[in-house]
Design a protein around this ligand. Structure first.
Ligand code: BYC
Length: 474
């Protein structure tokens, strides 16, 4: 069978003219579809979903809405436009023209970065695959599916780079991306957070708020890359990532809104009563937040990392907003604050800025995360409720880097093993919290209907009303 990929895969990389790439994709696409059938959203394959499909990189083309069956979604390959003049703007190659091909000496590191990025995309689809069965509304179901197909497209974006620029190694890596499985004991996904479960919709909204935001910051750092195809690919991915974070922020915001409404109507802040009234109490939200925040900040890697220094010096991965810095963009003489553990206590320290680039990106990420938590707090304050959500201390519940394993309260106070054991249930979502949240999850799938524990959106998608039939079941 001849498949005309240039037609079925919307792209701006002239797929039709590259026979080697075409053959590689011919081999990979059926494997991808098999993976989607086995590991993609459960029970969704025959539904018509009102999806946004990117058909070109132009403003009029990347948000094309229509009903689509997800297995027929056109996973396109897009690079943001290049200007032909771009120079490497940091590291040892600063000032040289960007690379249109992979420099031999950086091949292994580039491959590793692309594979790590690529691995997160199918991982998140696997983590979310059962959620459709318990959607709180058709609007939310559609958003979940939108996120899922776009993560699939982001996998395509990384697989395109692997297959186009890394020959046989790239083809093997592309296959391995479909073989690892989130949470699998023998063949897990690469990074920790992508092996956690996303068992309920509160976890999904927290994940899309916090963990997709790691995506934003990592992609922004890769968008600075001296390897131009990677920079241009990630720049286009960022446009989709913004919607995923919006799903998370507005999802948590709508849960808070609904909880506050019930708190005011029933004049209570008692978690037990609120749970009996079928909404998620604010302390439970805080414990979920603490979990997702701490697991996500681990994704930035160790505070001091020679890998990070190498990625930067060799021009592969820059800083978030690299060109906005007024420094030398080489960082050989600069220092950066990091936390140290001395005699079991946390102390302020310093590390060479080059080695502390993971920490720098984590700090940028934390600032951005805190801003959205402030917007959630505005909903609570507007309701006149004296409660404030906060992000925990950055050393809280860490598993990666020198802070890993420290026993800390969310406010940063070092606690004894005994206090940790006794209070952990106040700080991190417990099995009982998760069981309660799971008990609320039931499928609400009539147009315009919303589960009791979440408010309808103030704005639906593509100017459609909140009672639009976002998903049609067949
Ligand atoms: N879990 O030197 P270090 C997204 C490993 S999210 C497990 O600090 P490095 C998305 C590390 O591999 C964005 N292992 O590492 C969001 C290394 O192993 P080896 C994804 C970890 O290389 C939602 C060792 O520990 N993109 O797009 O400086 C939905 C030493 O660590 C972890 C990227 O991450 C961990 N959390 O930094 C869908 C960008 N952290 O070599 C999608 C590409 C570290 O000793 N990746 N290790 O075997 C990178 O830039 C880097 O790989 C990292 C790690 C920043 C992740």
């Amino acid at each position: 069978m001849t498949i005309t990929y240039a037609d079925t895969i919307p792209n701006n990389v002239d797929l039709g003219s590259d026979k080697v790439l075409q053959r590689a994709l011919e081999h990979w696409q059926p494997e991808f579809l098999k993976w989607w059938t086995d590991m993609g959203p459960e029970g969704s394959h025959s539904a018509d979903v009102y999806l946004r499909t990117a058909v070109s990189v132009h403003p009029s083309g990347w948000a094309h809405f229509d009903y689509v069956k997800m297995p027929d979604y056109r996973w396109g390959i897009f690079l943001a436009p290049g200007d032909g003049e771009r120079k490497v703007n940091f590291g040892d190659h600063k000032g040289e023209p960007v690379w249109q091909d992979v420099p031999g000496e950086h091949r292994a590191n580039l491959r590793r970065i692309i594979v790590t990025q690529g691995d997160t995309e199918p991982a998140s689809v696997e983590q979310q695959r059962h959620l459709g069965l318990t959607c709180p509304s058709l609007y939310d179901l559609r958003n979940l599916f939108q996120v899922n197909v776009e993560e699939g497209r982001h996998l395509w974006a990384m697989v395109y780079l692997l297959q186009r620029y890394f020959g046989r190694d790239g083809r093997e890596e592309a296959e391995a991306l479909l073989q690892r499985r989130s949470g699998d004991r023998d063949n897990p996904r690469i990074l920790g957070a992508f092996n956690e479960r996303t068992p309920d919709w509160l976890a999904f909204f927290m994940f899309t708020y916090f963990t997709d935001r790691d995506g934003k910051f990592q992609l922004l750092a890769l968008a600075e890359s001296g390897f131009d195809p990677l920079a241009r690919t990630t720049r286009f991915m960022l446009m989709e990532e913004a919607h995923h974070m919006y799903v998370g922020e507005s999802g948590v915001g709508r849960i808070i809104h609904r909880t506050c409404e019930v708190m005011l109507t029933h004049k209570t802040d008692d978690p037990t009563r609120l749970r009996a009234l079928g909404v998620i109490d604010l302390p439970t939200l805080q414990r979920y937040l603490n979990f997702h925040f701490s697991v996500t900040i681990d994704l930035f890697g160790a505070d001091v990392s020679s890998n990070a220094a190498t990625f930067y010096s060799s021009g592969l991965k820059g800083r978030y907003g690299e060109t906005k810095y007024g420094d030398d963009h080489v960082l050989r003489d600069a220092m950066y604050p990091v936390l140290q553990v001395i005699d079991g206590r946390i102390a302020a320290g310093e590390a060479p800025a080059l080695n502390a680039l993971n920490e720098k990106l984590r700090d940028d990420y934390i600032k951005d995360s805190v801003a959205g938590v402030g917007r959630w707090n505005r909903i609570i304050h507007k309701a006149g409720i004296p409660f404030e959500l906060t992000v925990p201390h950055k050393a809280f519940n860490r598993k990666i880097g020198p802070l890993a394993g420290l026993k800390l309260a969310p406010d940063g106070r070092i606690v004894s093993e005994a206090e940790w054991a006794a209070r952990q249930c106040d700080w991190l979502a417990t099995e009982e919290d998760r069981a309660f949240v799971a008990s609320l999850m039931g499928r609400v799938a009539a147009p315009g209907a919303y589960a009791n524990w979440i408010s309808p959106p103030t704005l639906a998608i593509n100017k459609q009303p909140a009672d639009f039939e976002f998903v049609r079941f067949n």
